[in-house]
Design a protein around this ligand. Sequence first.
Ligand code: G3H
Ligand code: 13P
Ligand code: ZN
Length: 315
Amino acid sequence: MFINKKLIPGGELLNQAVSQNTAVGAFNFANMEVLQGIVLAANGIKTSVILQTSTSAVKYMGFGYLKSIVSAAAEESNVPLALHLDHGQDFAICKRCIDEGFSSVMIDASSSSFKENVEKTKAVVDYAKKFGVSVEAELGTLAGVEDDVSIPGNKAVYTDPDEALKFIELTGIDSLAVAIGTSHGPNKGRVGNPKLSIETLKKIKEKVGSFPLVLHGASSVYPDAVEKCNAYGAKLENAFGITDVDIQESVKNGIAKINVDTDLRIAFLGTLRQSLEENQSSIDIRKHLGAARDSVKEAAIRKIKTFSGFHSDTQ
Ligand code: G3H
Ligand code: 13P
Ligand code: ZN
């Protein structure tokens, strides 16, 4: 049973994106203000988004608070939303999230062998299907850091196009995360080649047709946002992301869902730092967090516009 009837299966939003040649934004949150910023953005430009949260973020919030704030967000929203588990490491966490009412889960067994990845993914698909919940899996290895697992750039492996088709057929997943040169976090230039391999993506698309593909580690790490953060005391060094041009090229070639965490974190923290610096006598937490929330909204709008192709920044 869904937390709220306004949460729809993530796969529906991806199929819609494929038919409209756009990508749906999937935004990570770990607290109320970031969630509110995302939903304000979705409502503001009347575009559905996927609300997603990692295992460590689920642990941070606890299922009780998480379900309550998402339920409230869905109530406030005037567009359909999905609630997705990002990078579920095993069957147990995926099952728990399905049982708690998530409308989509990711099983990430991409560090296992192909055979084990298929087995682990298939088990989640078989369970999720009973509840109409969508499943994303990953093939290939992204560089970067997620849930305390760190993969250096030279250990990242692009998704093999032939394996991608076989994997989709064997597992029955709704979407596939591909590794084409992105990496998690703000240091995409340092851990790997931040330029996307659109060639690899094209080869994957040739094999899988219009099947929805997912891009992780795709934050733009906008220079203006990084500069603002650093101007107010952060020390983000070698911060570098994926250009909007590359993002839009990936959407043209089959990417239907784009994950964003880092860009929201930088927006939130830059403004929070600014507010704390400029309002040193204020102990009104709402003043500081409210300003940070507004920045998350603006950042999410910037991303959603890029994904739907009517806005492009040159970097
Ligand atoms: O994929 C990684 C996301 O940025 C989640 O990061 O595990 O620190 O919440 P986290
Ligand atoms: P970024 O770190 O580039 O925002 O990627 C987030 C992500 O892929 C979450 O799964
Ligand atoms: Zn990811």
